[in-house]
Ligand binder design. Structure first.
Ligand SMILES: *Cc1c(COP(=O)(O)O)cnc(C)c1O
Ligand code: SF4
Length: 447
């Protein structure tokens, strides 16, 4: 029997109130505070009480997942903020310093702000990103927070107010008109933040209209969410829980495929009774759960962790989907893992699991030209190489055409790689320039 639980958020102001944190030194707590003045901090009682093993702090993966660490900022940034706090500068000053630091942390990677927003009657459709033909991303305005914030989040900027309005849908729901007018779209992916922080009522406002005949071309409704890991009670004992489950059933009965894109970073997140029950209830509706996670140092940087996570997911009926390379933003300096190592971890985990878990794709970079995977490390004519491939490209023709970059042990992102065989450019670069030229976007701004 799983008991009802009331959610309690902990943010910057609560750092001295979390009982479990009191076993850290005052210096350590101060370090959390300093970093949390720059990057968004939020955790909750389920994570603190049930998922974090406090005997293993600070190395515990779930602790690293939501609690700020000093080294997430450079020494210079950390010291600037620490000094400001120690001097008790006025709030306005502290905010200004925080924003200066944030702008130096590449808050809008891969041209998200400018490159992927479609137009309707020559006006941008707010809250929509449409990068690949079949799939449209929708950012509901009420779903732009999360049940806790991941310390590595690439959408962190919106949680500190840097781009909130530009990203989310406006009230007029022009996104629906856009979807209606674009028959090539088969998939709508609701994302955030986390759309599942929305009440059932809000969720219905966004999804129910898509069940009408004029949206017949939308075959698949996807919801990107971390809620099964961060607050599984949403599907089990919360006030809305039965309603959410019934609504999922309704979507499935309407004839559409409902895909819950579950964000999981570690097998611990599937180890509680309530998280397993949430998965069971969601799957009973006919929805599928596909799972995705970035590779994050200090959280899941070993093949053993991934293999065990995928095995557990498959055991409970989830489908491993994406293994992402951590994006070039925010606390990347703390979390980044070189592509060479990312590939070895991916491969190391892949060879430990059965074919049912090998549905996973990766290691994948969501970069400006598309989703690019490292498919292998090999040697051709004495030159050591990365074998790369597009899973998705701005031009779909780029997919499944292996291309090669010089091997190195330090690059962490596509833009750091150089073409192999002494070629000057990768095969897609001229065309990418052209696409952006037509859109009047400076590549230098976004790459
Ligand atoms: C990953 C991604 C999608 C979905 O791609 P699939 O291959 O269908 O999973 C859609 N839009 C953007 C911007 C993406 O990054
Ligand atoms: S749940 Fe997703 S959007 Fe929310 S903080 Fe984590 S990574 Fe970011």
């Amino acid at each position: 029997m799983i008991e009802e639980r009331k959610m309690r958020f902990y943010g910057l102001k609560d750092i001295d109130k979390i009982p479990q944190l009191q076993k850290l030194s005052a210096t350590e707590r101060f370090e959390i505070k300093v970093t949390a003045h720059v990057l968004p901090f939020r955790t909750n009682n389920y994570l603190v009480e049930d998922l974090i093993n406090w005997d293993n702090v600070p190395n515990d993966p779930i602790y690293q997942l939501t609690f700020m660490q000093k080294d997430m900022l450079s020494d210079e940034h950390f010291n600037t903020m620490a000094d400001a706090i120690k001097k008790e500068l006025p709030n306005e000053e502290i905010k200004k310093i925080a924003n200066q630091i944030r702008y130096e942390l590449n808050p809008h990677p891969a041209g998200q702000m400018t490159a992927n927003v479609p137009k309707l009657d020559d006006e941008p459709v707010q809250g929509v990103q449409h990068k690949y033909k079949e799939t449209c991303l929708v950012f509901p305005s009420s779903g732009q927070t999360c049940h806790a914030y991941c310390t590595f989040c690439f959408r962190w900027a919106q949680f500190v107010g840097m781009n909130d309005l530009k990203f989310a849908t406006d009230e007029s729901n022009r996104f629906q008109t856009y979807l209606k007018n674009n028959n090539q779209i088969t998939d709508v992916l609701f994302t955030g933040g986390d759309p599942m922080v929305m009440t059932l009522e809000k969720l219905k406002i966004y999804i129910e209209p898509l069940l009408q005949p004029e949206f017949d071309h939308i075959q698949n409704i996807r919801i990107g969410t971390k809620s099964i890991a961060y607050w599984p009670y949403k599907y089990v004992t919360d006030k809305d829980a039965d309603g959410v489950i019934k609504f999922f059933e309704k979507i499935v009965k309407s004839g559409k495929h409902l895909a819950i894109m579950g964000h999981y970073n570690h097998w611990v997140e599937l180890s509680t009774e309530v998280s397993q029950e949430a998965v069971r209830r969601i799957r009973n509706t006919g929805a599928e759960i596909r799972t995705q996670s970035p590779l994050v140092k200090h959280v899941n940087d070993s093949a053993e962790i991934w293999a065990r996570m995928w095995k557990e997911q498959v055991k409970y009926g989830c489908i491993p989907y994406y293994f992402f390379v951590e994006r070039d933003t925010g606390a990347k300096r703390y979390f980044a893992i070189p592509l060479s190592e990312a590939f070895e971890i991916f491969r190391g985990a892949y060879i430990k699991v059965s074919g049912l878990a090998r549905t996973v794709k990766g290691p994948s970079m969501s970069a400006l030209p598309g989703k690019v995977t490292v498919d292998g490390i090999t040697e051709i004519n004495g030159e050591k190489l990365f074998v790369l491939n597009f899973l998705q490209g701005r031009n779909p023709e780029w997919c499944k055409r292996p291309f090669f970059a010089k091997y190195d042990e330090t690059s962490t992102w596509l833009d750091q790689l150089t073409p192999a065989f002494n070629e000057k450019k990768f095969f897609f670069e001229d065309e990418l320039d052209k696409i952006f030229h037509e859109d009047h976007i400076e590549l230098a701004e976004v790459f």
